[in-house]
Design a protein around this ligand. Structure first.
Ligand code: DC
Length: 227
């Protein structure tokens, strides 16, 4: 069974997807982490991020794996655990080179589909419902007003006052939204059959409860369902 969750940066999809994975005993596929992992590798190697052929070659030579299960998945690149490293600002600021490269995306999609062929998965990203898993059992598109998404991101960073301002986070999210939605290949878009949830005024618990309402008829068939 595949549950697809898409949405823009700061929409709460990672937190929600992780909670769902834990509650359902599903594996959690964080596809953003895969694009970040290759970005980390490219930066390590000093690769030319503007050279699509070089990035494609790098992808072919790089082993990206998930280890662990459910919501505790760790991401490894060529035998190195990069779960924390891929959250560095250098990675966040450069990941668009990788996620824009069509040949890289093509390979990433194959890897993501292979990952999901092994069992029950909550897949999170930008193109889960539209491109990677068009036949997912259930699709959700999480959204929130940009001010709220920036507020969540800023809170999440828990930085000493003034280190990164709310205005900077907001600017960063605006740039990422623009890149994600205007990309030629697999731009962020709600799949026609996805359930749209605007979470601006909802708590995490409310979002999870709402998703569970939708999922109940689907997951009831599985013996993994946990209260
Ligand atoms: O969700 P995230 O911030 O970890 O994603 C990192 C980047 O990867 C983000 O800029 C968008 C891109 N991405 C993508 O293009 N397709 C996906 N399925 C997931 C993420």
């Amino acid at each position: 069974m595949i549950i697809a969750i898409d949405g823009p940066a700061g929409s709460g999809k990672s937190t929600i997807a992780r909670m769902l994975a834990r509650r359902l005993g599903f594996n959690y596929l964080d596809t953003g982490a895969m694009y970040r992992a290759l970005t980390w590798k490219a930066l390590q190697d000093g690769a030319d991020l503007t050279d699509a052929n070089a990035l494609c070659q790098l992808m072919d030579q790089t082993a990206i794996e998930f280890r662990g299960k459910n919501d505790g998945m760790q991401i490894w690149v060529d035998g190195v655990n990069v779960t924390e490293k891929i959250r560095a600002p250098s990675v966040t600021n450069n990941v668009h080179y990788i996620s824009n490269a069509s040949s890289v995306r093509h390979r990433m999609v194959k890897l993501q589909q292979m990952f999901a062929s092994g069992g029950n998965v909550i897949a999170e990203g930008r193109d889960m419902g539209t491109v990677v898993f068009p036949h997912a059992d259930k699709k959700f598109f999480l959204d929130a007003e940009i001010e709220e998404r920036a507020r969540r991101r800023h809170d999440e960073m828990r930085l000493p006052d003034g280190e990164i301002s709310y205005a900077d986070v907001m600017k960063d999210i605006e740039i990422r939204d623009k890149r994600d939605t205007t990309r030629d290949n697999s731009p962020l878009r709600k799949s026609d059959d996805a359930i749209y949830l605007n979470t601006t005024k909802m708590s995490i618990e409310e979002v999870v409860a709402r998703i569970f309402e939708e999922l109940e008829p689907v997951v009831k068939k599985l013996d993994v369902y946990k209260e």
